[in-house]
Design a protein around this ligand. Structure first.
Ligand SMILES: C[S@@+](CC[C@H](N)C(=O)[O-])C[C@H]1O[C@@H](n2cnc3c(N)ncnc32)[C@H](O)[C@@H]1O
Length: 386
């Protein structure tokens, strides 16, 4: 099982790959960071284990394109913290121990977080999933759409969601602003933000396959000077504290095996006047875990958080919920549209997606439709600040 998460230095996006010496863990640890702020996230306290994948051959192992910001990945305490957590995670994974609270969205242990990240990576990197998602949404957005009517194109509705989320933080978007997109998929939102507002976007994503496509599209569109694609997990964000004006995420946190830690990380990297905006698929507060387990198997997601849990966790990590726009009706329309499209997709002689995978999707999507109809699921947009 792959339990080791990837931590790379980010790509140099202006002017192509830089030929810069990659700092060793020891050199990085010696670099002073003045604005580091410790946040309370569950940690184990074994001996520090520096934890970079610093392979110079990695597409991520290049210099920062953001010279006005602290050098990326050079926060000594972060490195130690992440290493400690991972050491514990691997140790526990080796022993096969895992304790998870019951109930939908119960915070998983660190092992749960690492397992969920590895499962998400394996899922999104698989050729079937990659081909299916890419053709369904056209290589841009892969999240819940906001539909003007029940027959609208999935891609059109999905783009509307990006616009709606951006409108909530538009006062923080502009040429000198920085956005971190957690679980950035093929980069639809990153490109929208860079093109529309001129902001610099860091796209953190666990799927190397998606990141490869993301970088290619950015280069084709001339956006690689504004968007940096980084392979890594939102459970160990490889950036110093208070680094971004906006932290953004769309329908990715449902893959977290440890939402407390993921939200703690999002809060840590948010600047003092920064804002965190995210959409997520949740279970209703009273949904029994068993009722939605069959839905989650296809996505390799461990459990869904609930609005009540998010409210509690957000406040625990020091964030104030400015507003939660509940749009669960859109989730029902979305899954209805996906179910219809999956039927059509099957009829096409495409060949890129295996018949076995398509059959599973066609079986699984109606379960989501039914769960939406039965009020088991919630979807909406959270907008938070410090
Ligand atoms: C439903 S897709 C959404 C993608 C993108 N946000 C969008 O809206 O188009 C979920 C994304 O979360 C990413 N993801 C899942 N677990 C992750 C983790 N632990 N760290 C970073 N990204 C993760 C997946 O690779 C995938 O790109």
């Amino acid at each position: 099982m792959q339990t080791e998460l990837l931590h790379h230095l980010p790509a140099a996006v202006a002017g192509g790959p830089a030929t810069k010496t990659i700092p060793t863990a020891a050199a990085a640890a010696a670099t002073p960071v003045t604005n580091f702020r410790k946040v309370v996230i569950p940690l184990s306290t074994t001996a520090p284990t520096p934890c970079y994948d610093q392979s110079p051959t990695s597409p991520d192992a290049r210099s920062s394109p953001f010279p006005s910001r602290p050098p990326l990945g050079r926060c000594p305490e972060r490195m130690v913290c992440a290493g400690q957590r991972r050491a514990k995670t691997l140790h526990m994974a080796d022993q096969g121990t895992e304790t998870t609270e019951s109930g939908p969205g119960a915070a998983a242990t660190e092992t749960g977080g690492a397992r969920a990240a590895a499962a998400a990576r394996a899922y999104y990197d698989s050729s079937d999933v990659d081909a299916f998602y890419d053709s369904f949404w056209g290589g841009e957005d892969i999240h819940i759409g906001i539909y003007a009517h029940e027959h609208e194109q999935v891609a059109t509705a999905s783009r509307r969601t990006v616009e709606r989320v951006a409108a909530k933080v538009s006062h923080l978007l502009g040429p000198d602003r920085t956005v971190l997109d957690l679980g950035s998929g093929y980069g639809g939102a990153a490109r929208y933000l860079a093109e529309r507002f001129g902001c610099r976007v860091t796209a953190l994503n666990i799927s190397e396959e998606q990141n490869r496509r993301h970088r290619t599209t950015n280069a084709e569109r001339g956006l690689d000077g504004l968007i940096e694609v980084v392979t890594g997990s939102f459970d160990d964000i490889p950036f110093p504290a208070e680094h971004f004006d906006v932290v953004w995420s769309q329908d990715a946190l449902c893959h977290s095996g440890d939402p407390a830690r993921t939200l703690g990380e999002a809060a840590r990297v948010l600047g003092p006047a920064g804002e965190f905006v995210f959409t997520d698929i949740m279970a209703s507060d009273d949904t029994p875990t068993e009722a939605i387990r069959p839905l989650l198997t296809r996505l390799a997601a461990p459990a869904l958080s609930t609005p009540g849990q998010y409210q509690k966790l957000l406040s625990q990590v020091g964030l104030t919920e400015v507003d939660f726009e509940e749009l669960s009706r859109q989730l029902r329309i979305h899954y209805t549209r996906l179910t219809e499209e999956a039927q059509r997709f099957h009829a096409e002689p495409d060949g890129a997606v295996s018949p076995g995978y398509l059959a599973k999707v066609r079986e699984n999507l109606p379960l989501w439709q039914r769960a939406c109809r039965d009020g088991l699921l919630v979807w909406g947009i959270y907008h938070c600040r410090r």
